[in-house]
Structures are given as C-alpha cells and as structure tokens.
Design a protein around this ligand. Sequence first.
Ligand code: COA
Length: 249
Amino acid sequence: MLKQYSYAERPDLIKQVRDMIRRSWPKFMLQDPIADRLWERMEDEFANFQFTLSDDNDRVVAMGNCMPFVWDGTPEGLPAQGWDGVFQQCFRDKDEGRPPNTLSALQAVVAPDQQGKGLSRLVIEAMKQIARQHGLTRFVAPVRPSLKSAYPLTSIDRYVCWVCADGAPFDPWMRVHWRMGARVIRIAPDSMTITGRVADWERWTGMRFPETGPYIVPGALVPVHIDTEQDEGCYVEPNVWMQHPPVSE
Ligand SMILES: CC(C)(COP(=O)(O)OP(=O)(O)OC[C@H]1O[C@@H](n2cnc3c(N)ncnc32)[C@H](O)[C@@H]1OP(=O)(O)O)[C@@H](O)C(=O)NCCC(=O)NCCS
C-alpha cells in the first residue's frame, strides 16, 4: 500500500523526487525557462499540491505536481500555452488575489523500475483528491502524449485523433486520463518552448547538428529546429488539454 505525502508534510522526500525526475526525462525537457523560473515558488507556495507516493520504506515510487488556477470552464479560457501557461496564470491569479476554482495537473512521474504496473492512475487519483481537499471542482491537464515521440512527423491534430479498436486514444498516457473520464477539449500547440545555443542542444541530446534544419531528437514530440547561422536551437512542444469529470465533494 503506497502512502501519499505532500511536500509540506514530507520535505525530506523532495531530494528523492528531484533525482527521479532527472532520471525520467531527456535532458532538454528540463530546460524550460518558464518552469525553471517558477519551479521553486511552486514547491514553496503550493507545497500542499506537490506530492509523493512512497512505499513502507519511504522509497518514492511516483510523484505528481499540480497547481490551482481560475478557469471560466470554456476551452478558449484555458491557458493557450498549456504547461507554460499554467505556471504563469496560476501565479498571476495568486498575486492578484483571485481565488482558484480549477486544478491543473502539471507532471506525473513513475519511477523507471516501477513503470508499466498501472501506478500512473494512482497519481491522477491523488491529484483529484487534492482538488477535492481544496474545494476545486474542475480538474484539467495539459497532457504530454508520451508516445508521440515515436511519431514526430505527424501533426498533433492528427495524432490526437488516432484511436484503438475500442475508441480509446492511441496514446497510452492520454488513454490513462481517458479511462478516468477525461476528454480532449483543446490542443495546446506551444505548451513548452525550449531554446538554447547549438552547443547546448548538442550537450542535452548527445547529437551533432552540423547544419541548419529540423532534426528528430529522441524523446521530442516534434522536430527540433536548429539554426547554425543564428547559433540557436528551438523546440516547441505541443500538448493536449484534457478535462476530467467534475470533482465532487
Ligand atoms: C507516463 C507514465 C507516468 C506512465 O506511468 P506507468 O505507471 O508506467 O503507466 P501505466 O502502467 O499506468 O500504463 C498506462 C498505459 O501506458 C502503457 N504503457 C506503459 N509503458 C509504455 C511504453 N513504454 N510504451 C507504450 N505504452 C506504455 C500501458 O500499457 C498502459 O496502457 P493500457 O491503457 O493499454 O493498459 C510513466 O511512463 C512516466 O513516468 N514517464 C516519464 C514521465 C512522463 O512522461 N510523464 C507523463 C507526462 S507529465
């Protein structure tokens, strides 16, 4: 039986979480400037919304990040920039004193050696529980369709329409949300924008980028655009907004 702790309850587990996150993502995914700037504020000011699932020996096997914000309930009212947009809007709402009504998932990670056992659902359930505890009736997620990295040349609009024989989404991570009742309500074509010098991209990916052009990079959902003349590489990640059923008391 896994135990759920917020960062506020068990700050001693945060170091394990950080190690797990570092091991779980391609290096370039940890270079988003907006998340970088606001990450510590999220951990401090919304410590009750960040959590671990750990075993009896205090080993963290999964974790989740989520944050509250104000949403009018329409697809157009969601932050257009998905993941980046949630960070910005959540702190704007907080700084301007607007009481939130919606929880947004931000990240779910299952320890690499525990993946494929169905734990991801527990992470989403834990987020719903947090929404309930805070009186937030709506629950949404800018979902990163994880298997799209195998189809970087397919447009996000086409990819999200791919379905299995039973009508469930083709993408396994979207499928987890879908089985819990969530549905796609909007595409966030530029959910995360990561730029860097060509040497940064070479360090992050272990690849060489000898000339200007689009490159397929392991773990990236779309090609990375490299401009050797400008000495810049840019990755704009598309995500998909999914809305879960209303969270009841
Ligand atoms: C995405 C992630 C959270 C899923 O967690 P998990 O506990 O391993 O997933 P589950 O065991 O619940 O499996 C969920 C579905 O994905 C499928 N799946 C699991 N690993 C897979 C893989 N490597 N390739 C394809 N499908 C996979 C499972 O078969 C299941 O599909 P089903 O609906 O047909 O049963 C986990 O892989 C992870 O932490 N990845 C790195 C971080 C990440 O991408 N987070 C999500 C975006 S924030």
